[in-house]
Write a protein that binds this ligand. Sequence first.
Ligand SMILES: [Zn+2]
Length: 671
Amino acid sequence: MPTPDKKVIDRIQGLREQINYHNYRYYVLDNPEISDAEYDRLFDELSGLEKKHPDLITPDSPTQRVGATPLEEFKTVRHSLPMLSLNKATSEAEFLDFHRKVLELSKPGEKKIRYTVEPKFDGLAVELVFNSGIFALGSTRGDGVVGEDVTLNVRTIKSIPLRLMGKPNPDLIEVRGEVIMNKEDFERLNKNREKMGQPLFANPRNAAAGSVRQLDPKVTSTRPLNLFAHGTGRVEGKRLANHWDSILYLKELGLKISQYVELCESVEQVKAYYEKILGLRNDLPYEIDGIVIKVNEFSLQEKMGEISRSPRWAVAWKFPAQQEHTRVKDIIVSVGRTGALTPVAMLEPVRVGGAEVSRASLHNEDEIEKKDVRIGDTVVIQRAGDVIPEVVKVVDSKRTGKERKFTMPDRCPVCGSKAERPLGEALHRCTGIACPAQIKENLAHFVSKEAMDMDGLGYKFLEQMVDKKIIQDQADLYFLKREDLMKMERMGDKLAENLLNAINESRSPSLTNLIYALGIRNVGYHLAGVLAKHFKSIDNLAQQTTEDLTQIHEIGPIVAESIYNFFHNPKNLRVLEKLRKGGVKFPAEKVETRVISLSGKTFVLTGGLDSFTRDEARKVIEDMGGRVSSSVSKKTDYVVVGKDPGSKYDSALKLGIQTLDEKDFKEMIGK
Ligand SMILES: [Zn+2]
């Protein structure tokens, strides 16, 4: 192999530095400087150079995060300093007890105790060892003394640097932290697993732990994991006097640190910090279950020492449980806008994580059966974030024998139509076309802020309008007259005028709002945006086959089918037509002929192209999933016609095959 010249070596070095820097901006600071496409270009260039010069690959190259083959089992690792577990406080009184002991043990000499405080992440505790700045070993906490070697797996976590930043690097540093999965990523992961028929993870912590303790690092690399560093073990070649300094130092080395770490000068400050973080709890993207309070000075930590594997200089002050016990008074059935019948547990009101809860979703018949929830049962309920509270399990020991089993009704409780459970679905659905429950829910969705945004048109009005048969579907709103509105209770001239104005102003929605407003099953606001971006108009969207739709990364077969079915339901098409007649402007951006993927399409090339050689054009088509054939037949989808085309052009015209000139072709492939 020829010795690579210095230019190549320098370029590789330069690319690695740039990629590491942008990795840091993206994964550690959440503040990228360049687009994903630019990042990919750098990464591809580096991969290409390394392929040509394999002898220049180093283990800390950003291309080397994944690549190992699956393990048979994990080796064990002995921690050089034990990873202690924290004592817990569950109330302010217990925290103050801790503080009193700190004061006692710190005598004599310490006048003022400072504490570093940080959120207590609910994840998997790990230790990372860096030798001269290079990531060398990752292990789980295990029993605190011996853990598992998960080096190959944690390497795939992008917020962990393979080479520390800042110069000079310490000879050795052991970093302690918590691997977590964000709540949103956790839900997405479970949704995908559900689709694939795989068992679901119970919570983000289990998902994070399960992902790290995977024998195949390739699987771990697909999981959206994050690492927050929160302390150090052994450190050589750098002196640190206290915990706060070590946090700043870890940050300097390029590790991800919680933005909420603070240094408190008094117990009052710690208490205020507890309240602050408790208030933030449900808004954070990840789960935390309390705060950790550490004596800041290392000298004092040493003096205090540990007792039965827990440090005496730190405590975890836990938040109140997001789970509570209560009694199921009744089980009722609510009807949603898609006609789905959802069983709901009516509860004896109880406070959970700071809010009063009196109902909890039981999801569907199978869930009730699986958990065996009965009317009269004492149950554990749980609330996380904005999620509707749910019943976790029944407390069997509280059963008296008087509990009553619940069965799903075979009629819709609102309109009395037959309720059916379609084969393969978990939900019962009302089959009534004119089910007022569905219409009302649909209308409420249609007028909501992210949809058509008709300010002031609340549920009470919509309910009256449906009950009085003033409107029957969404489009009827655009034909309302003042006298129609005046038929409603609590309606005045001024209010009627305001409502008519709001309706009028909603006539020019954005495409995303309009798609969302239609209430297509399984299409939330985010997906509506994706569809708007790809298809540019309702008309174009309506023409897509389920196959076309699944070409989009975020759209699976179930969603594709809901979209397809929606636009092939005559009733919906009538409503769309009526909306147009009612003066709703359907935003129609220029419809590009570009298809998302050329998958399954056959091309024939004829004549010379300016921007591509024949081979390049062929490669582009094949890369996008299409194929290139040498002769035109009925099976040809497109003939790309360049300068001085041959007889293939004539054949295309004869057979009526669509032809593309170079401009069309470039548009199609997005160039
Ligand atoms: Zn019904």
